[in-house]
Design a protein around this ligand. Structure first.
Ligand code: HEC
Ligand code: HEC
Length: 305
């Protein structure tokens, strides 16, 4: 049972009995009507009476017994519903003797598929990530897993987009060593940069720091603005380093490489400073170690193209 799903929807015992009584009462009532109608047979030679009402001027109705096939069909349906209500949930909060629920059915199927997957791919767990990344068969599965679990954020080819890092380059927020990649996927992380407009003296200050950051990366910049921003950059150095190369152990991005998600432009850097940036990669631990191993190897293979 999935936690939370086992809780019945009824907040008061009353509704359980109310619904169960209505259901059973409805079946018994149908049964009563059927039985009372089946027992009346025409005696030999007896003519069925003609009912009193007349439709459309001359259309009259015989009071014949209900056809047998129709009655038996009804009896069959009643027997079916009784059996159903014994086996499956339907009577108030009674969960049926088979204890079936769509959640447990889904879980059982998932467990079966996962076990099958693990059986087939467990051998890769013994292999080093680099070796798995070089194995075409493993990478075929890795690609499929990536499309299922990661592509909605990282793009189908892992190339990322504005708010999601590119996984096909060789520049990493959290370090590109195989085990680091695996840890990023398993544990997830949050990366947060506070808005620092006040700390650098507003928009003009942010522009100056931005030009200093551009100069750190050896990019075209305005030397006068950069010189003015050098001192203010002290606010940033604690996270991004004196040299702007960041700190992969703590997830502080390198500001001098080409991996910038938001762009190495004055406008983008000023925006980062004024608004701050919040990013987060959700933990994928729920996928299990075998899948994560294949995924980490796949990400590794992407970055080596
Ligand atoms: C809900 C969106 C989302 C999903 C799903 C997701 N990621 Fe991420 N991932 C992110 C974001 C956002 C970051 C960067 C976080 C940040 O801002 O620092 C990230 C970062 C990463 C990193 C670290 C990159 C670096 O430069 O260090 C790796 C590796 C990664 N993701 C792999 C995966 C894999 C493999 C999957 C699928 C199992 C996956 N991600 C699924 C959003 C997602
Ligand atoms: C508390 C630590 C911290 C401080 C201080 C800090 N940053 Fe950041 N910065 C981060 C983190 C973490 C990210 C990544 C956010 C994300 O992944 O969404 C980031 C992202 C950025 C980016 C975007 C990088 C990209 O990939 O495009 C720029 C540019 C940047 N910071 C510049 C600065 C500047 C300039 C300063 C000083 C005014 C500064 N940061 C101060 C932690 C910090």
């Amino acid at each position: 049972m999935i936690e939370g799903y086992a809780v019945p929807d009824f907040i008061s015992e009353f509704w359980h009995y109310y619904i169960a009584a209505l259901t059973i009462g409805g079946i018994l009532f149908t049964l009563y009507i059927l039985v009372s109608q089946t027992t009346r047979k025409l005696a030999p030679g007896e003519q069925a009476e003609i009912l009193e009402h007349t439709f459309d001027g001359d259309l009259q109705e015989y009071n014949n017994p209900l056809p047998r096939w129709w009655l038996y069909l009804f009896y069959f349906l009643i027997a079916f519903s009784v059996l159903y209500l014994i086996l499956y949930p339907g009577l108030g909060k009674f969960s049926g003797v088979w204890n079936w629920s769509s959640a447990t059915q889904w879980q059982d199927e998932k467990a079966r598929v996962d076990a099958e997957f693990d059986k087939r791919f467990k051998p890769y767990l013994q292999m080093d990530l680099q070796a798995v990344a070089a194995d075409p068969k493993a990478m075929e599965s890795g690609k499929r897993l990536f499309l299922t679990y990661c592509s909605q954020c990282h793009g189908s080819g892992g190339e990322g987009s504005r708010d999601f890092p590119n996984l096909t380059d060789n520049e990493w927020l959290w370090g590109g060593e195989p085990e680091r990649i695996k840890a990023s996927i398993t544990n997830g992380f949050t990366a947060e940069m506070p808005a620092l407009g006040d700390a650098v003296g507003g928009e003009q200050g942010a522009r100056e720091v931005a030009h200093y950051v551009l100069s750190l990366g050896g990019r075209p910049h305005d030397p006068a603005l950069a010189a003015a921003g050098k001192e203010k950059y002290a606010v940033c150095a604690g996270c991004h380093g004196e040299d702007g190369k960041g700190n992969a152990d703590a997830g502080f991005p390198n500001l001098t490489d080409e991996a910038s998600r938001f762009g190495n432009t004055e406008a983008a850097i000023v925006e980062s400073i004024l608004k701050g940036r919040v990013g987060g990669m959700p933990s994928q631990a729920h996928l299990g170690e075998t899948k994560i191993h294949l995924l980490a190897a796949y990400v590794l293979s992407l970055s080596k193209r």
